[in-house]
Structures are given as C-alpha cells and as structure tokens.
Design a protein around this ligand. Structure first.
Ligand code: FAD
Length: 395
C-alpha cells in the first residue's frame, strides 16, 4: 500500500532510506511536510547529518590499503587437495588480475609441499606453506591458529575457501577471530572500482540474488561450493614462489586429538557432486520404486541418480542425492531431469551442467528454459526408451 509517515515518530532523519537493504525507499516531501518536519526536528532536538569525520574516513582508507593480495585456501586430506580449491584458484586469478595483485595459495598440512606446485599449475603466483606434524590432520583450532598467523603477517584483502564441511568450519572460525565478514556459498565473485569484493549469493530462499559487500573490514572472506566455479585449465610447468612460514602451534596447546580415521569409502556412498552423468528424478517419479528406471539409465551412462528436494522430502531418495540450493551443486557433462518442474532452488544446483536434458509432460515447465534438449512426454515411456536406445547402440 501507500507508504505512510508516522508523524509522531518520524523526525525526518532519512535513516530509513539508508538502511533499506533493497534501496527501495525514496521520500519526496511537499513544502508543507518539510515545514512539519522542521518543526518536529526543533521540538525533538533534531538529528544532525551523519557525516563521517574526515579523520575516521582517512583511518579506514589507510587500514583498507594495508591489506593486499588474493588468497585461496588449499583444502587437503592426507596430502590430496579438494577439487574446489583448484576451481577457486581459477576465480582467484580473475580477481587478482582485476585489482593487479598476486594470487596466493595457502597450504597447511604435513608434507604437503607438492600442493604448492599443483597450485602454481592452477594459476597461483605464490604459495604460503606451513608444514608441520601438528597440521597433519585437520582440527579447527590448529588450522585456525595457522591461518590467523599468516593473515597477521601478510594481510591479504580477499580469502576464498571451499564451502565444504572443512571449509565452512574453518572460514567461520577465521572470520570470527580476525573480526571480519564472511559470505557463505557465493555463486558469483567480482571486484568493484574501489577494489571491494562483490559477493553474490541467493537470498530469501533463492528468490533473489543478493550482492554482499564487506567494505569496512579486511580481509574479505567468501566460501564457494564445489562445482560452482569452472575448473581452470592446468598449465604444466608453471612455477611460483614458496613462502615458508614457521608454525606457531604446539601440539600440547591443541585440545582435540585425532585417534583414528575411519574411511567411509566402504559405505554405499555416492558422490553426485563429482559425477559426470546424473539422472535426477522429482515428484513426477511418483514413488521410490520407480527410481529403478533412473538407475538403469544411469548405469548405462556410467552415472549416478540424483533427486529434487520433493523426492527427498517424500523419502524416495536419501538427502545426499539432493541437487539444489539446500542440496549439492553439480556440474556434470549430462544432467537428465525426469519429472522435475525446475524451481529456482533446483536450477541453482544444476544449471551449469554442460548438457541438460529435461523430460516433463508439462510443456510449460520452467525446467525447459534451462534445458539443452527438452522432451515433452511421460517419463515412464521416455526414460526406458532412452535406456533401450543406448543398449541398442552398445550392442
Ligand atoms: P514439482 O514441482 O511438483 O514438479 C514435478 C514435475 O513432474 C511437474 O513439472 C510435472 O509436470 C512433472 N511430471 C509429473 N508426472 C510426470 C510424468 N509421468 N512424466 C513426466 N513429467 C511428469 N528443491 C530442490 O530440488 N533442491 C533444493 O535444494 C531445494 N532447496 C530449497 C530451499 C528452499 C529455501 C525452498 C523454499 C525450496 C527449496 N526447494 C529445493 C524446493 C523447490 O522450491 C521445489 O519445491 C522443488 O524443487 C520441486 O520439486 P519437483 O520439481 O520434483 O516437484
């Protein structure tokens, strides 16, 4: 409805305009209203315009300019890097080039120097290496202290981490102790003309994209999920400088001890995030038993079965198969969506797939807007026909 000024409350300070997150407020006063506001301001003592004193602005500018460089945290387990770290080096390269600073990899662990060289081949100019037995296994406290030590010494302006279990844990801890902002699960990163990081991510249940800035604190920290940023091309033989750091952490200071590592590889675990072929089913599958036809097609392709949230909520598929905003982000070579309408929360998790094939009986389903190939029809006829077609080709 029409905006109303509550004359017993409003003192005309215009603060509401500044704080509106959607920048949607504008107030145009008539001369009569202005007179009323002036009168109210006189009565209530008024509010002086909130001009930042120059000194404060200068101190802020000096603090901001003391931080230089783009960092990517290289997540590793037993000496093997998480793929998302390389994806982030690709984006980090773009950001570093845009502001004219080096791109650095941050490598913590025990006997992990080889990861610095891998980071160079994925675009890093240099690597901060903290190599010590106390960092052999990830523990929040030891890694937090290690990263904090490096930040204090070298003051980067941007730090990117993967939005994995480990990355989410570490990024939150680091942002808290260095007292800066952190934007989780970014889907877009860029820098503005003042070299502030523009961190874009879905907000309000995925209905809008919000661009979040951290323009008064450094470093600026963001996490990005696996498969959101494209993998940079590997440049074999590309080299860089390794900056070795002493490790300020003593084992006896760390309360958490790793007693044993139990691998979940033996479990029936399917990694949809790393799959090249995904056949996903939605509410249109009508029941868990019907997912068998998707499994048959996935097996022919050497792929895995995914699901929409509706299918997961209905108990037809486990949560680790869910694609989308509250599930996994996937980027397979081929994504086949069967009986999935294409809600925005699903699309954000799969729209960057190389080829999308949608099967839906409703020709107006939004999934067709992102599909490379759309098949309007009954999935219970179409899916077995595709499987049979592939088998015939192989025979
Ligand atoms: P529906 O929207 O019901 O679509 C079913 C489709 O199947 C229809 O288009 C229908 O035409 C088609 N169909 C039916 N029978 C057949 C047939 N025999 N042959 C062919 N086609 C058929 N959703 C996700 O998927 N992932 C998420 O991570 C996610 N996160 C969310 C987070 C939030 C905060 C919110 C609010 C929602 C989220 N959702 C998520 C839910 C999302 O909004 C949708 O409700 C959901 O994706 C719909 O699932 P669906 O496409 O399977 O079902």
């Amino acid at each position: 409805g029409e905006p109303v000024i509550l004359s017993d409350k409003c003192i005309g300070c215009l603060k509401c305009i500044k704080v509106c997150p959607a920048e949607a407020l504008e107030i145009q006063f008539t001369p009569e209203e202005l007179a009323i506001l002036e009168e109210l301001a006189k009565q209530q003592g008024g509010v002086a315009a909130e001009e930042e004193p120059d000194e404060e602005a200068q101190a802020l500018a000096a603090m901001l300019s003391a931080y230089r460089g783009v960092w990517v945290f290289i997540e590793q387990t037993e000496g093997e890097a998480a793929r998302v770290s390389w994806e982030l080096l690709g984006k980090g390269r773009e950001l570093a080039d845009a502001i004219g600073v080096p791109l650095s990899a941050v490598v913590l662990g025990e006997q992990v120097e080889h990861l610095c060289h891998e980071a160079f081949s994925h675009g890093a100019d240099q690597a901060y290496l903290m190599d010590a037995p106390v960092l052999k296994h990830y523990r929040t406290e030891s890694y937090l202290r290690g990263v904090r030590h490096l930040i204090d010494q070298h003051q980067p302006e941007i730090i990117l981490m993967g939005a994995t279990g480990l990355g989410r844990d570490l990024a939150g801890a680091v942002a808290t102790v260095v007292k800066t902002g952190l934007t989780a699960d970014c889907t877009g990163l860029a820098v503005d003309d003042k070299r502030n990081l523009m961190q874009t991510r879905p907000a309000f249940g995925g209905n809008i994209m919000a661009t979040i800035m951290c323009d008064k604190y450094r470093p600026q920290m963001a996490t990005v999920r696996p498969n959101v940023m494209p993998m940079p091309e590997k440049q074999a033989g590309r080299s860089g400088a390794i900056i070795r750091s002493d490790c300020p952490i003593r084992e006896e200071e760390i309360l958490v001890k790793v007693l044993e590592i139990i691998s979940d590889k033996k479990k029936d675990h399917v990694d949809i995030a790393g799959a090249e072929f995904i056949v996903s089913g939605g509410r249109g599958m009508m029941g868990s038993d019907n997912f068998g036809i998707l499994k048959e097609l996935a097996d022919e392709l050497g792929g895995v079965v995914g699901a929409s949230r509706s299918a997961v909520d209905a108990g037809w598929m486990p949560q680790d198969r869910q694609v989308g905003q509250t599930g996994k982000t996937v980027r397979p070579k081929i994504y086949i969506a069967c009986g999935i309408s294409g809600a925005i929360q699903h699309l954000v998790g799969m729209q960057d797939s190389d080829i999308i094939i949608a099967i839906n009986r409703d020709k107006n389903a939004p999934i067709f807007e992102v599909a490379t190939y759309g098949i309007v029809g009954d999935l219970f006829q179409v899916v077995p026909a595709i499987t049979a077609g592939i088998r015939a080709l192989k025979a």
